[in-house]
Design a protein around this ligand. Structure first.
Ligand code: GRF
Length: 217
């Protein structure tokens, strides 16, 4: 295997996706290593876990900076210091400036709990239930300047059941998020996700029907 890609995970809260990435990256053949966890909130639940696991962790409190650009300069400096090559947003609740997004173009991933391009933005699960969709899911995509926009790397679908609330649906989707994000990061870090315009081509695509619900995992 070629050298592992040094990856930073950016969080703002619970950090369950961060955890799934850190755990997946422990496999000897995983093509990314989690070289940094950065949180913009000192009290983020995920921070304590990352420190406990011995993952290099920094807190860059956005409230300490006068502007978004100042905050991003501090973040960029932490990424540079740690030799970061890929960035994975995992419940990171700050909008990025177009300059920052452009710098990390095709090297920054995000996970969103819907089948994009449906249900971008907040309150995703409530809106999916209100719309009466029968299938929901999650998407890992490359980040672009518009919120929840960008080339799709991987998706997984789950059913929406009649009695679902936003909470029960969120819990069902979160379970597949924890499988899809490590799978998507693996593809990108291994160089198996290639951009063709604004579409991602996967070199290891498989076409069996059961991969619909668990693509390339
Ligand atoms: C996840 O549902 C993710 O898709 C969304 O924010 C939530 C973060 O959860 N972007 P966690 O912090 O990873 O547990």
């Amino acid at each position: 295997m070629t050298r592992k890609k040094r990856t930073a995970i950016l969080i703002s809260g619970r950090g369950s996706n961060m955890r799934s990435l850190v755990e997946a990256a422990r496999a000897p053949d995983y093509p990314a290593e989690i070289a940094l966890v950065a949180s913009n909130r000192p009290d983020a639940e995920g921070v304590a876990w990352a420190i406990d696991q011995g993952v290099p962790t920094v807190i860059i409190d956005h409230k300490a900076y006068p502007s978004r650009a100042d905050f991003e300069r501090a973040l960029q400096s932490a990424l540079d210091t740690n030799g970061i090559e890929l960035v994975a947003l995992a419940g990171f609740m700050r909008l990025m400036t177009p300059d920052f997004v452009e710098y990390w173009r095709d090297r920054m991933l995000n996970i969103h709990p819907s089948l994009l391009p449906s249900f971008k933005g907040l309150n995703t699960h409530e809106r999916a239930i209100a719309a009466g969709v029968r299938i929901a899911g999650c998407t890992v995509h490359f980040v672009r300047a518009e919120m929840d926009e960008g080339p799709i790397i991987a998706q997984a679908a789950v059913p929406v059941l009649s009695g679902d609330t936003a909470e029960t649906l969120a819990a069902r989707i979160l379970k597949v998020e924890h499988r899809v994000y490590p799978a998507a990061l693996r593809l990108v870090a291994a160089g198996e996700a290639r951009l063709d315009g604004e579409k991602v081509l996967i070199s290891s695509d498989v076409s069996e029907p059961d991969t619909l619900f668990a693509p390339t995992i």
